[in-house]
Write a protein that binds this ligand. Structure first.
Ligand SMILES: [Fe+2]
Ligand SMILES: [Fe+2]
Length: 217
């Protein structure tokens, strides 16, 4: 069985590049800085600091101060999404709306940067259109469900099962990217650091756009 087929069937024994990257994850000091009184929650100043913090965090990637890697950024987002979908299940109706909004916005930005920047670069590197076409088709279904969920109330009876199906689809899709697509691209020498810079810049612009949409809603 080829390494790619073995990865697809979950029988691949060697640690993936994902796991190797994760071994370099820095430990947090665990210390929290107290917040000045003038920087109240939700203020423009605190939002600006949070944005800078997010960008610096992404530039650091999970490489413990090493240069960022686009696949670490995307995999961190997969973990964030898993957490949000799981939190939604346990949350009461009041909290569900905020969790769902964050999950859908994160997914919209994540799928956009993959389609605009990451997938074309991977396709140029490994020249496997079948793999990219399958991933794009899965994104298509993800976006269709997001579109439907945007038109529904998170408190409605039909929302939770649809949101759950979206979570399962995203989990399946992320697993294939991490087990198959990303390691394949890395083994073919894709420039993951240059891609990370492009992804971070595009995400910042999309976050502004989605932030404006939220304010207008
Ligand atoms: Fe994807
Ligand atoms: Fe992804």
């Amino acid at each position: 069985m080829s390494p790619r087929a073995a990865r697809k069937h979950g029988t691949h024994k060697n640690p993936t590049t994902t796991q190797k990257r994760k071994n370099r994850t820095p430990k947090s000091s665990g210390k929290r800085q107290s917040m000045p009184m003038s920087l109240s929650k939700g203020s423009g100043a605190i939002r600006a600091i949070q944005t800078v913090g997010t960008i610096v965090g992404r530039l650091m990637g999970t490489g413990g101060g090493q240069k960022s890697n686009v696949f670490s950024i995307l995999e961190n987002e997969h973990r964030k999404l898993e957490k949000l979908f799981s939190e939604f299940e346990k949350a009461d109706t009041k909290r569900r709306s905020g969790i769902a909004h964050e999950a859908l916005t994160t997914l919209e930005i994540h799928t956009a940067v993959e389609e605009e920047i990451v997938y074309p670069a991977i396709n140029r590197t490994i020249k496997d259109e079948g793999m990219i076409d399958e991933a794009r088709e899965e994104h298509h279904v993800v976006k269709f469900l997001i579109h439907e969920l945007h038109k529904m109330s998170p408190g409605s009876k039909a929302y939770a099962p649809k949101f759950k199906v979206l979570g399962e689809l995203v989990q399946h899709h992320a697993k294939e990217e991490e087990r198959e697509m990303f390691p394949e691209a890395e083994s073919h020498g894709i420039d993951s650091q240059s891609l990370a810079k492009q992804v971070i810049a595009r995400q910042a612009r999309l976050e502004q756009k989605y932030g404006k949409r939220t304010k207008a809603a």
